[in-house]
Design a protein around this ligand. Structure first.
Ligand code: FAD
Length: 382
């Protein structure tokens, strides 16, 4: 058993850490305040190869692994979660389904752009009427000659409406299975397809520099060849994508939790109360010690899930544990970091205010905490 990083992983972690501090930290607060998408940061992440991290070189990727992506996400989220979720959604939800399930033609058409960060893709599973119960999908796609005709809507879709969004993959009901259940399939819808409308961005509590939209499909026609993988495999496809994605979200949550430790340490040494730095008081020391403990144990949980996944072992339960634990820890640490900052913690100019606003969604997106508990309990045989 060895938890030390390889030389390659360590070098990647260090370069993303430097990038986050030098290129993201100085500009992200303004994007967040103005709710603007950080195109220049995305361009630079593309140049660094971050969008291609876990993909083979033959597709234009960096030839790394999923753990490398997780390390990058942790370091980005340590500084800012909007940037981290943009990368997470682009890679794990956007490009990954095409890499895993796409035909050679689909891969050749889309992956080079997505893996270089020149273009982004969204993953449309959630609908206005159904999220956790993804089997409740109502969007329908009907084959008409050599085209799919799609009708329905999707809610909260990340990276779906930027100037560089090339496509969204959407899950849709394409028929009825022999047992009477819905046949679900996944279809690629390129941006700009007639009948595909992207609503203006949501007004969100956090992740304000990331891109999230409701999408509608009104007799939207795409070629039959845009089916992703086999017809009827939509359910299995998104379960696989979400299992992996949970490890990535756990890494992002650990980054936020560690960022809270970083900011609290600095502040506790500077801020004076009753004639001493507040870090001299044991009440503050214990808060920071607990925050470090939580970030550390959550990191071990996602390392474990990633190691199992890379070894080709079952990892569903461990990914759910990592996501559940890390998101809880992120919310805890954000609350405590804000407390340590006192009134300044409630001011948007301090990074901890951003961390606080960005933490809650981690207990909701890519499967709520209740859903993670359901997955763990089911895997235990209940
Ligand atoms: C900013 C943002 C970005 C997102 N990006 C994407 C994206 O890119 N693609 C995408 O497809 N989706 C995306 N989502 C959607 C997200 O994954 C869903 O919001 C999430 O899965 C929860 O679904 P829901 O909102 O419909 O809540 P519901 O499923 O309606 O749940 C409501 C509450 O009921 C609980 N609940 C539901 N069922 C049960 C049960 N059986 N037992 C106990 N409790 C239960 C839930 O845990 C939750 O607390 C995004 C959401 C946000 C806010």
């Amino acid at each position: 058993m060895d938890f030390r990083l390889s030389e390659e992983h360590e070098a990647l972690r260090d370069s993303v850490r430097d990038f986050a501090r030098e290129a993201v930290a100085p500009v992200i607060a303004e994007h967040y305040e103005r709710h603007t998408f950080p195109y220049e940061i995305v361009r630079q992440m593309g140049k660094m190869g971050l969008f291609g991290l876990p993909f083979p070189e033959e597709h234009g990727g960096m030839g790394g692994d999923y753990f490398a992506l997780c390390l990058a996400l942790e370091e980005l989220a340590r500084v800012d979660s909007s940037v981290a979720i943009t990368l997470e959604a682009a890679v794990s939800l956007g490009a990954m389904p095409i890499y895993r399930f796409g035909t050679h033609e689909q891969q050749a058409r889309w992956l080079p752009k997505l893996l270089s960060g020149e273009a982004l893709a969204g993953f449309g599973l959630t609908e206005p009427g159904t999220g956790s119960d993804a089997g409740g999908t109502r969007t329908r796609a009907v084959l008409d000659g050599d085209e799919w005709v799609i009708n329905g809507s999707k809610a909260f879709i990340t990276n779906s409406g930027t100037d560089i969004t090339a496509l969204v993959t959407v899950t849709a009901v394409t028929g009825t299975n022999p047992d009477g259940s819905k046949e679900l399939s996944t279809i690629i819808v390129p941006s700009g397809t007639p009948g595909f409308t992207v609503a203006p961005g949501y007004s969100k509590v956090g992740w304000n520099a990331s891109d999230t939209h409701e999408l509608t499909f009104d007799d939207c026609r795409v070629p039959a060849g845009n089916l992703l993988g086999e017809r009827g495999r939509g359910f299995a496809q998104f379960l696989r994508i979400l299992d992996e994605g949970r490890i990535a979200i756990a890494a992002l949550a650990v980054g936020l939790a560690q960022g809270c430790v970083d900011e609290s340490l600095t502040y506790a040494k500077e801020r004076q109360a009753f004639g001493r730095p507040i870090g001299n008081y044991q009440a503050i020391q214990f808060k920071i010690a607990d925050m470090e403990l939580k970030a550390h144990t959550a990191r071990l949980a996602y390392y474990d899930a990633a190691a199992r996944m890379l070894a080709g072992e079952p990892f569903k339960r461990q990914a759910a544990i990592a996501k559940l634990h890390a998101s809880t820890v992120a919310v805890d640490n954000a609350r405590e970091a804000t407390q340590i900052h006192g009134g300044y913690g409630f001011m948007n100019e301090y990074p901890v205010a951003r961390f606080w606003r960005d933490s809650k969604i981690l207990e909701i997106g890519e499967g709520t905490s209740e859903v993670q508990r359901m997955i763990i309990a089911r895997d235990l045989g209940l």
